[in-house]
Write a protein of this length. Structure first.
Ligand SMILES: [Zn+2]
Length: 422
């Protein structure tokens, strides 16, 4: 397989050739020490790929004589990872504040950055992302997704939320009242307006509808609910009738309660979630996407010296919420809110999930089969199973024992094409 590397170098220099980066080998037989199939680890399994599909996985895979055999000693093979909460159009806030990214960076700069972010994400083994809002970049996520699908630039499969939807007056950026500035999301209120905006975003290419159930617009800048329960219900009904899932930003108990009552698919952040609210989520089958790494990153941007100083209240609170969610047995997605921190560093969320009390094997499940099931993409990705797309990550070591091994990238394949081979 040594010829793959120079081939890829050539291909990245000549983007128009990119679509043809698949080699002439119709079959690949991948031979790691073990395979995580999305549910459990299997010692001694092999995986056979034909073109862009997995066609067999198990202990004794009958292999065509022309199959290209890739020996992966000391390695674990997993389904390509699924990032549950990304913002490819944002970069870390300690580089540039969120306000300045939205208001001062040109569209061209933000697209250029997103292209780089998409490549970094894929090369880290995250072959799918649920991108939850462009933050002032309109429908450019749909355009980026199309460019990736056409093979113009390398990147993950994308589930797009486009602009996302907020209640009027709640979201930023905010300057003095006399100046109307571009908002980081679309404002819509009342059932009629919300129906129109949800359908508008679907029409522009949204795969998932994202709503903010609360935001920091309280009298003391604390988070308070935004949409009423009825508004959320209507948005969920309209999105759901088109077959789309709904992701809701909520950090307050009341925002979460309204989201649960509305029957959303996932609740993002849940910073102040109580044991009772997680119990309710469990009962209603609503998944939780904790974004631990974003809370951790923001605390550090505000001056917290991790490992030296005591954890600030926001971090302590997040730890408690996550523990309560685990205890209640809520379905937990893997999504870090990456963009707040560096794209390609998505594994940071997985490491923190383990640090905060989740078993490594369950974190691997969250990042593969659980995310695929919750996001309704499990007929294509999320497991190592015959018939699914050949989205595969191979790492040195065993991340079901040591989660940090998830960073030891050995091979990344998406749609049967090898993008990374170390
Ligand atoms: Zn986010």
């Amino acid at each position: 397989m040594t010829y793959i590397k120079p081939l890829l170098v050539i291909l990245f220099c000549c983007p128009f050739l990119f679509t043809f980066s698949q080699t002439n080998d119709t079959f690949y037989l991948l031979k790691p020490d073990r395979v995580f199939d999305g549910e459990q680890m299997h010692e001694g399994w092999q995986v056979l790929v034909e073109r862009n599909k997995i066609i067999a996985a198990g202990n004794n895979v009958s292999t065509p004589s022309n199959a290209k055999i890739i020996e992966l000693r000391g390695c674990s093979l997993l389904p390509g990872l699924i990032e549950g909460h990304s913002h490819l159009f944002l970069h870390p806030y300690n580089e540039t504040s969120w306000d300045d990214q939205v208001l001062k960076e040109s569209d061209a700069e933000r697209v250029a950055r997103a292209v780089i972010h998409a490549k970094a994400t894929l090369f880290a083994g995250f072959t799918t992302v649920r991108d939850l809002g462009t933050e002032g970049m309109g429908y450019n996520d749909v355009g980026l997704k199309q460019a990736i699908e056409k093979g113009i630039v390398p990147g993950p499969r994308m589930l797009c939320a486009t602009k996302a939807i907020v209640a009027t007056g709640s979201y930023g950026p905010k300057l003095k009242n006399e100046i109307d500035v571009l908002k980081g999301a679309a404002e819509a209120d009342g059932e009629d307006d919300l129906i129109k905006e949800v359908r508008n975003q679907i029409g522009k290419g949204a795969d998932v509808v994202k709503l903010y159930a609360d935001y920091r617009w309280g009298v003391n800048k604390e988070a308070e609910p935004t949409f009423t329960e009825e508004e959320l219900k209507k948005a969920v009904e309209v999105a759901g009738s088109s077959g789309r899932i709904v992701a809701v930003h909520a950090t307050t108990v009341e925002g979460m309660r309204r989201a649960v009552a509305a029957g959303v698919t996932t609740i993002e952040h849940g910073d102040n979630g109580s044991p009772e609210i997680f119990e309710l989520m469990k009962q209603k089958g609503i998944a939780y996407c904790p974004t631990l790494a974003a809370t951790d990153a923001i605390a550090q941007y505000r001056g917290w010296r991790k490992g030296i100083e005591e954890e600030p209240e926001s971090v302590k609170q997040k730890r408690e919420s996550f523990a309560a969610a685990l205890k209640a047995g809520v379905t937990i997605c893997m999504g870090g809110d990456v963009g707040v921190f560096t794209h390609g560093d998505n594994a940071r969320e997985m490491e923190m999930m383990v640090e905060y009390g989740m078993k490594p094997i369950n974190v691997l499940k969250s990042a593969t089969s659980v995310n695929a099931d919750v996001f309704k993409i499990n007929q294509h990705v999320g497991r190592i199973k015959a018939g699914l797309l050949a989205d595969i990550l191979v790492v040195n070591g065993d991340p079901s024992i040591n989660i940090h091994d998830i960073r030891n990238t050995k091979l990344v394949m998406k749609d049967g094409v090898i993008y990374v081979q170390n």
